[in-house]
Design a protein around this ligand. Structure first.
Ligand code: AMP
Length: 476
């Protein structure tokens, strides 16, 4: 059966779950602040007071959505939260998470990070059996599978549902009296477990996409929720179980390249350590005679620090980022060229004038932003601009929950490095090799990461790729 997992693949998210804290919703709210970079389109929290599940979700940023009154209406000692960014055009509030329903297993809510690659197929068969869907998000499919299960207990129904899913999922569930979290058997997207000590030696358990959320809560990082593992925290304590046999590991390497914060531990490894190594290896593989190393903020900063340390060339903040610009703004109709990038970034002429500049960024996707930034640096007086990218060329779309466009839009899929260099108007262009990338995430031996966006080699066999590309081109 061919599957076209396009309904939702361009969606990026962060999730959190809290168990056993009198202010669970407040903690979820704080954690969502720390995960805001994982999605800025909508956010939501569901809490349980042991009897009812209360939900609030809305479009926008966490800080704007939740007021003290709204948080006050989310009582209980259990909560889950979600922050989301999607480019599918399906930006309606209907798709904001958590999703909450009442079914024969009780009241449940779910939030999801990742992309279920057989969602369309599952949804089709559920609809044929009479299920009615409210949203287009694949997460709702999970709730229907749970509700439909003949198993009486929620855990058993969940186990059954999870075994039907393909692709990437880090999931947090909320029931009236318990929190259940699970990760897909490949471990595409991260999910970490932490503990918070309360008075009277009571312990609150917390789960989050990234450990930077634990730091904010004062929680201690315990470890990863393992691929194929389900963790249940309820009245009887904590139960960890494998609901699926281990599969080939496929941690998303882009989490370490770009997506996660450097102050997080992701897949059990410090993102800072990986990212600085990316810069150091880049300096070894693609050295250049230059006066300054300048990052594209914020995504290029840590790699640029590594590049500068390795090369001995001074690091300078030659581009200043305005942090208060949202994803959308009103574009003036004419007269101001490259307005979008200018609003976000401004060059420091004093640092760039007459200099040979090494410009470091994490990735080139379409190439259009990179070209504008190279032009910007040059227009500020740089004599030479040497662009360095801390990963290999992005040649294939992601079907596991990262927002990369179709192959036809990916400049790396259709052009040589020198053609890209000419397009972005750089004096030289260097990408990190895949071998070096492996070393930077300490993956030479284990092959525990997914590199599909750089190789086109997908770790799950969901599709006839040719059919997939054709249908994607039609849809996109
Ligand atoms: P462009 O090559 O013009 O499409 O844009 C490249 C820029 O997009 C780089 O600065 C990256 O940091 C950024 N970028 C890469 N992947 C993503 C993503 N999945 N979500 C948001 N920004 C991204």
């Amino acid at each position: 059966m061919l599957e076209t997992p396009f309904d939702k693949f361009r969606e990026e998210c962060g999730v959190v779950a809290i168990h056993g804290h009198p202010e669970a919703a407040n903690l979820a709210y704080l954690a969502l602040h720390a995960l805001q970079h994982r999605g800025q389109e909508s956010a939501g929290i569901a809490s349980s007071d042991g009897r009812l599940i209360h939900t609030y979700k809305s479009m926008g940023h966490v800080a704007d959505i939740f007021t003290p009154e709204r948080l006050g209406r989310l009582p209980g000692h259990l909560a889950i939260g979600h922050t989301r960014y999607s480019t599918t055009g399906e930006t309606a509030l209907l798709n904001a998470q958590p999703f909450a329903v009442a079914c024969n297993k009780g009241r449940i809510a779910v939030a999801h990070n990742g992309n279920i690659t057989n969602a369309r197929e599952l949804r089709g068969s559920l609809e044929r059996e009479g299920s009615i869907f409210q949203a287009s998000s694949d997460t709702e499919v999970i709730l229907h599978l749970v509700a439909r299960s003949r198993e009486r207990l929620l855990e058993a129904a969940l186990r059954e549902a999870l075994l039907e899913l393909d692709g990437a999922f880090s999931l947090v569930f909320l029931a009236e009296d318990r929190v259940i979290v699970a990760r897909d058997p490949h471990g595409f997207r991260p999910l970490a477990m932490g503990q918070l000590e309360l008075s009277g030696s009571r312990i609150s358990y917390v789960f989050a996409s990234e450990t930077c959320a634990f730091d904010l809560l004062g929680a201690v990082y315990v470890g990863e929720v393992e691929p194929g593992e389900m963790v249940i925290v309820g009245p009887e304590g904590v139960t960890r179980e494998r609901y699926a046999p281990p599969r080939n590991r496929a941690h998303c390497v882009f989490e370490h390249v770009y997506f996660s914060r450097p102050d997080s531990i992701v897949f059990g490894r410090s993102v800072q350590e990986s990212r600085e190594m990316l810069g150091r290896m880049l300096a070894r593989e693609h050295p250049a005679e230059a006066d300054v190393v300048v990052p594209v903020p914020d995504s290029g900063v840590t790699a640029a620090l590594g590049f500068a340390a390795e090369s001995g060339i001074p690091f300078r903040h030659g581009l200043i980022r305005n942090h208060y610009v949202g994803r959308t703004f009103i574009e003036p109709s004419q007269g101001l060229r490259d307005f979008g990038v200018k609003l976000k970034l401004n060059p420091v002429r004093h640092l760039l004038e007459g200099k040979r500049v090494i410009l470091v960024d994490d990735s080139i996707v379409r190439g259009t932003t990179s070209r504008k930034i190279v032009r910007m640096v040059r227009s500020a007086g740089a004599r030479e601009v040497h662009l360095r990218i801390s990963c290999p060329p992005t040649v294939s779309p992601c079907f596991y929950g990262v927002d990369t466009p179709t192959k036809s839009e990916l400049i790396g899929a259709n052009n040589s490095v020198d053609e890209i260099r000419r397009f972005v108007e750089a004096d030289s262009l260097g990408y990190l090799s895949i071998g070096a990338l492996r070393r930077c995430v300490a993956d030479e031996e284990e092959h525990g990461y997914c590199y599909a966006c750089y190789t086109g080699d997908y770790p799950t066999d969901f599709v006839d790729l040719e059919a997939l590309m054709r249908s994607r081109t039609r849809l996109g």
